[in-house]
Design a protein around this ligand. Sequence first.
Ligand code: SF4
Length: 216
Amino acid sequence: MAKYIGPVCKLCRREGEKLFLKGERCFTPHCAFERRGFAPGQHGRTGSRNKRGGTGRESDYARQLRAKQKARRIYGVFERQFQRYYKTALRRRGLTGLTLLQILESRLDNVVYRLGYASSRAQARLLVTHGHFTVNGRRTDVPSMLLDSGDSLAVREGSRATAYFKELGDFAEKRNFPAWLSRDLKGLTGNVQRLPERAEIDGNLNEQLIVEYYSR
Ligand code: SF4
């Protein structure tokens, strides 16, 4: 399974906004975007990129590309996988953009993160690949697994005694989880009640621009 191993905070600086990729650190003064909120590279500070302070008009293509890259980076998905999700969304009935976001939200690593069992999607991915979760009673180590309404996940029996999961309750309690999921912190389980509605997915994603990008 491929995974991005480059400097994570650069992705936020490239997108010109905080993408919250590093869990708790993103809410501290150590956040790289708080300290250097300009694009990385030689021309970052001078604002050669329009959305980060330049004066020229950003092209439609540039806006579409940025919208797609931002979504990819938030969910930690590589281009080929993202294209596959888009093609799947195209085949399904309903609004392609919303369906694409629902597919991204239903990834196992995202559900673990949304339930508050990890402080970031990257951490959730790591927990899943280490085999700490079961889905519908079966152990899995595939973060990209797509969950559907009615699916349930749980921390694996053998993992509950680890220090991380023993202390998780206190941290997870402070983390909100969306209404399309349910969780039982004592039992370390969670359920997908239904797929999320648009208002329950991050508002700063622009799925329309993503659809336009792939429809060119
Ligand atoms: Fe982005 Fe978090 Fe790094 Fe800040 S700390 S730049 S929000 S990943």
